[in-house]
Design a protein around this ligand. Structure first.
Ligand SMILES: NC(=O)c1ccc[n+]([C@@H]2O[C@H](COP(=O)([O-])OP(=O)(O)OC[C@H]3O[C@@H](n4cnc5c(N)ncnc54)[C@H](O)[C@@H]3O)[C@@H](O)[C@H]2O)c1
Length: 254
């Protein structure tokens, strides 16, 4: 059992993780307080430092979780992550798990995947301001690892939701139960790592190597939903690029 500070705990993934990680001592925080979640704006450096004190790890989920104006994703996702990482160093928290995104590498295509799938650490190739902010978060994590020895595990999450809802999700789905396994594994991993956050989907085309290296063994498969969601069109950008429909949307528009 560890004492874990969770940012963004009121959000979708936070709500999935809370019951599944309840064997830990969870400090739940979000800019939207209520229902057992304390108020914490990750852009408030002093408040973040106070919240970090005495924690064993930080699960940093809080932020803008989709495309938005450049200044907004810069302020919340990038500056907010700097506040979290620097507070971790100042208060002696040894480990931060960052909720990164497939959109950090969203313009890579199926053609870039080798025989074992698209590498976990494929270079950033953002598909949006949002994806760029996630790539910046990953690199801030690297800076704090290299300069301060902080363990920073960056999870390039696919599509984390109750069940697949679109053809693309047959490849990119991360089930709630697997999300909990992934975050739990990340809580004991070391170093600076980029790891795909995807379930054991039959149609997965992103590597399993990074996850296996930290003891993440996903169990769920999107395939039983294939008849309900329909077949992907592998000639379309939505189904052939990592980022799905994001690369075809206007920059900065939520
Ligand atoms: N759900 C997915 O499929 C998915 C995929 C890739 C990455 N992610 C990442 O995982 C994280 C969680 O995603 P989610 O689906 O739960 O999103 P969400 O939007 O449901 O939750 C994000 C939470 O962050 C909070 N937040 C916003 N600004 C904040 C601030 N300044 N300080 C503190 N909290 C703030 C929001 O109030 C919200 O509760 C996000 O960082 C997102 O980018 C999610």
């Amino acid at each position: 059992m560890a004492t874990i500070l969770m940012t963004g705990a009121a959000g979708a993934i936070g709500q999935m993780l809370r019951p599944r990680l309840a064997h830990h001592d969870l400090r739940l925080t979000d800019v939207r307080a209520g229902d057992g979640v304390d108020a914490l704006d990750v852009t408030d450096a002093a408040a973040v430092e106070k919240a970090c004190t005495g924690a064993d790890a930080i699960l940093h989920l809080g932020g803008i979780a989709g495309e938005g104006p450049f200044e907004d994703v810069l302020a919340v996702n990038v500056r907010g992550t700097e506040r979290v990482l620097s507070a971790a160093v100042r208060t002696g928290v040894p480990r931060v798990v960052l909720a990164s995104s497939n959109h950090a590498a969203g313009l890579h295509s199926r053609a870039d995947a080798g025989p074992t799938g698209l590498a976990d650490d494929v270079p950033a190739r953002p598909d949006s301001y949002y994806g760029w902010s996630k790539a910046a978060m990953e690199q801030l994590g690297r800076l704090y690892h290299d300069r301060h020895g902080l363990h920073v595990i960056c999870l390039r999450i696919g599509t984390c939701c109750e069940h697949p809802a679109a053809p693309r999700d047959l490849s990119t789905w991360l089930s709630p139960d697997d999300a909990a396994l992934l975050f739990e594994a990340a809580l004991t991993a070391t170093g600076w790592r980029l790891i795909w956050g995807v379930s054991a989907n039959t149609r997965r085309w992103w590597s399993t190597t990074g996850g296996l290296s930290i003891g993440y063994y996903p169990r769920d498969d999107a395939e039983p939903w294939s008849r309900r969601v329909g077949e992907p069109d592998l000639t379309s950008p939505t189904d052939s690029l990592v980022g799905g429909p994001m690369p075809t949307k206007p920059l900065g528009t939520p």
